[in-house]
Design a protein around this ligand. Structure first.
Ligand code: ADP
Length: 541
């Protein structure tokens, strides 16, 4: 017997419709690419996203077509997402930090018909434009007054483009499983892979992220999404915040410590989300200037492991609650969030920091397990580590245009490529990427644990650990360090600091000091590049 309730498709325009109706005058503030702070609200953004939809339809863009965006977090980018999806076309977020050849590869693979770009990336787009045969039109996300001369095909300023339609338009109707967004993984190994979100998965994920034990976004919140919309769906904030009527503060192109601080204070931000490297810049700015935070209540930190020292800074120096979160493009992206269950709510001091250094537990909608290499499930004892596998309605089933490739195991779980433990309370801790774990004498050493420990040293700004070939043990850990500005420390000093805090056989065999550790386009330590740098390095014997 079927239930007798309404079939109300979970499509994205219902989100912006709801935001406009219930929270119409709630502000959306942007540090614009042109410079000044720009202010609008949900009413206006909805009306203008309808113009985007109408203009795209007029240009012949249809259900299922891909529209690329190379853009920072701004009100125009938000309008573009809702406008594109409002006719059943697909927003394809392109990460501008990728190499130009990779960007061209991705745009061609996605067969984008239209490309929207911020002024910032115009030179980049112009340089690769003749390698983008599928793109019929370029839209520059600015107004006529700021529109530069360009030879791009059919180029037009966004404001002129949407002014040419009357805005009298109805959202298209289609099934909730229709594709809505496309985001490629950064492809540090092999070609980038496209994750194709549906309207249903984005709406469900927006709800999932809203829940009190997840990000707990409410109408009272002022939310600064520093995580870019081109990085894993901006952790769902473009859906979660309008669903719940939060005030939006969009940082545009300026993500340095000073600019972020200015927005946090000036707009009275209560909740923000970013990768650790961005928070590191804010911390350094605050430590240098002695600035304090007066409004911020919660921060979500993820994308790579959040160092314990950072959690300590936010929680104990600033009085800001840290939600350490883990996820991936393939999961829309939230997999776990470190909010506190009653079983751990009384933890204090170091014990609380230990818990918060874990990546948290899975919200409703994410099933999780760890297995050994043979697929046998491992216990949740907080000690055994194994391959982390996930299942749920917002998790990838196939990659875009690789539909013949089976990527789920026989039980329907997706192997995340991460290695983790799960404790009896359900808190998961990433010990490594499967490909970064150090295999020493048949046992595994977690590079992340060593990195976390090393950055606890007062003179260490950033640390990375890679495995180096060893004649007896296969691989041994090499610790690579960037010292804090103006600080000097030695190999012996760092090793002495680590000694006794980990098993003897986990101790790095050597420490190397570098000026900078390479990062990927999504802010992770680029271990591939680091391994190349140290290819000819020999461990001391
Ligand atoms: P990309 O692969 O394109 O760089 P993703 O954000 O999809 O971007 O990367 C997902 C991966 O990032 C995860 O599989 C995991 O290895 C890592 N990651 C994400 N959050 C954390 C975290 N809090 N701690 C450790 N690793 C993390």
């Amino acid at each position: 017997m079927q239930g007798l309730m309404q079939d109300w498709p979970l499509v994205l325009h219902t989100v912006i419709d709801h935001a406009a109706r219930q929270y119409g005058t709630r502000e959306i503030v942007t540090r614009s690419i042109e410079g000044p702070i720009h202010r609008t609200n949900y009413n206006e953004v909805r009306a203008r996203s309808m113009r985007v939809a109408q203009a795209l339809a007029r240009d012949g863009v249809k259900l299922g077509d891909r529209v690329a965006t190379l853009a920072w977090n701004t009100w125009r980018h938000l309008e573009a997402w809702y406008g594109i999806t409002g006719i059943g076309a697909i927003y394809h977020t392109v990460n501008p930090r990728l190499f130009p050849e990779q960007i061209a590869w991705i745009v061609n693979h996605a067969q984008d018909r239209v490309l929207m770009t911020d002024l910032t990336f115009l030179p980049l787009v112009e340089a690769i434009a003749d390698k983008l045969p599928t793109v019929e039109r370029f839209i520059v996300l600015t107004d006529g007054a700021h529109m530069p001369q360009t030879k791009l095909k059919n180029a037009i300023a966004y404001e002129d483009w949407i002014a040419a339609v009357d805005g009298d338009f109805k959202w298209a109707s289609f099934d909730e499983n229709t594709a809505a967004g496309l985001c490629y993984t950064s492809g540090t190994t092999g070609d980038p892979k496209g994750v194709l979100y549906s309207h249903r998965s984005n709406v469900l994920h927006g709800l999932q992220a809203s829940m009190v034990n997840t990000l707990a976004v409410s109408a009272e919140d002022v939310v600064l999404p520093i995580v870019p919309m081109f990085h894993a769906n901006a952790w769902s904030l473009a859906f979660t915040v309008p669903m719940n009527g939060g005030k939006f503060v969009m940082p545009g192109a300026k993500l340095d410590g000073e600019s972020v601080y200015e927005l946090l204070e000036g707009e009275k931000v209560t909740f923000s989300a970013a990768v650790p490297t961005v928070w590191l810049m804010l911390m350094q700015h605050m430590q240098k200037t002695g600035a304090k935070l007066h409004h911020l209540k919660r921060v979500a930190i993820g994308g790579s492991a959040c160092p314990r020292a950072m959690i300590d800074f936010f929680e104990n120096t600033c009085g800001v609650t840290v939600y350490h979160a883990w996820g991936m493009t393939e999961m829309s992206p939230i997999g776990t969030v470190g909010t506190l269950k009653p079983a751990v709510a009384s933890l204090k001091g170091d014990e609380l920091l230990d818990l918060k250094a874990k990546q948290g537990y899975a919200p409703y909608g994410v099933e999780m397990k760890i297995t050994d290499d043979e697929g046998v499930e491992l216990p949740w004892d907080g000690k055994k580590f194994g391959r982390l596998k996930v299942k749920g309605p917002c998790i990838v089933r196939r990659y875009f245009r690789r539909e013949n490739e089976e990527i789920l195991d026989e039980t329907g779980f997706f192997d995340t490529g991460d290695v983790a433990t799960i404790d009896p309370n359900g808190y998961m801790q990433i010990t490594d990427r499967a490909k970064d774990v150090i295999k020493s004498g048949g046992e595994w050493i977690s590079s992340i644990d060593l990195e976390n420990l090393a950055v606890g040293h007062p003179d260490v700004a950033e640390a990375a650990v890679i495995g180096v070939a060893h004649p007896k043990w296969d691989e041994r850990p090499l610790l690579v360090i960037v010292a804090k500005d103006g600080k000097e420390t030695t190999r012996e000093d760092v090793l002495k600091f680590m000694d006794g805090k980990i098993a003897k056989w986990w101790m790095p065999d050597d420490v190397q000091f570098v000026r900078e550790i390479p990062h990927t386009a999504t802010g992770k330590i680029n271990k591939l590049k680091l391994r190349e740098t140290f290819r000819d390095y020999k461990l001391p014997t």
